[in-house]
Design a protein around this ligand. Sequence first.
Ligand code: NAD
Length: 251
Amino acid sequence: AGEVVLVTGGGQGIGRAIGRTFAESGAQVVVADVDERAAQEQVEWIEAQGGRARCVRCDVSDPAGVEALMADVAAHEGHLDVLVNNAGVMVARPPEELSVAEWDRVLNVNLRGAFFCTRYGLALLRKGRSPSVIHIASTRALMSEPNTESYAASKAGLLGLTHALAVSLGPEVRVNAILPGWIDVSAWKRSDLARQEALRPEDHAQHPAGRVGRPEDVAAACLYLASEEASFVTGQVLVVDGGMTVKMIYV
Ligand code: NAD
């Protein structure tokens, strides 16, 4: 009941579903997002459902901002049970056109952000009850479409960060990663941006599971990894992709 869950990028998309799922399970949710309007909407929705939530504006690529975020959580909640490093950005650009600034932006949000949220959140996690960290990586840590180098590298980096932190932070804190595949977040955006994307029958049919993923699929995996049932699971990677990465595609 006193469980405190911090979700970065928790205002929209997968992070929105993660926060709602934890709130429904009785947790208090801290929504950390650069988009204040999206985060505020998430807090209002959770409160309207009778849950508890609060938002803090934070750009996870700014280590000083992350330190301030954790100081704010220390002052308000006093501890953390679950940290979900979900904030992420993607740039698709041919390798010969990608700028240094674009490379740095993607790595600094997706990878450096996850590390410094964990680093500065650690003292709070150590005060939590069976605490754990969950990184939201991507199946793009394992495979690629063209022109996605910075994103793939950042997500593969999260896999290394997962086993390194699991070893450093055990036995007090467990650290795991989820690798989502194609998740349709179109209806989970800020109210002025949300629109139901028209998925084609073949979009669903190509998945061994028979459908494109939903944000709730990732949220359910988070709830499991954070639970007491997963107390022997650390340093692991859970692929939630409807089977796409195990499917051979020879034509
Ligand atoms: P989204 O764009 O719908 O939502 C991301 C949220 O993160 C937004 O609210 C945004 O404001 C916030 N955010 C962005 N940069 C931030 C920063 N620097 N600091 C704090 N908040 C920031 O994205 P999504 O599709 O829900 O993706 C969530 C995570 O899941 C990302 O890490 C993404 O790489 C990963 N992922 C998504 C998919 C997919 O198909 N949607 C697949 C695999 C992995």
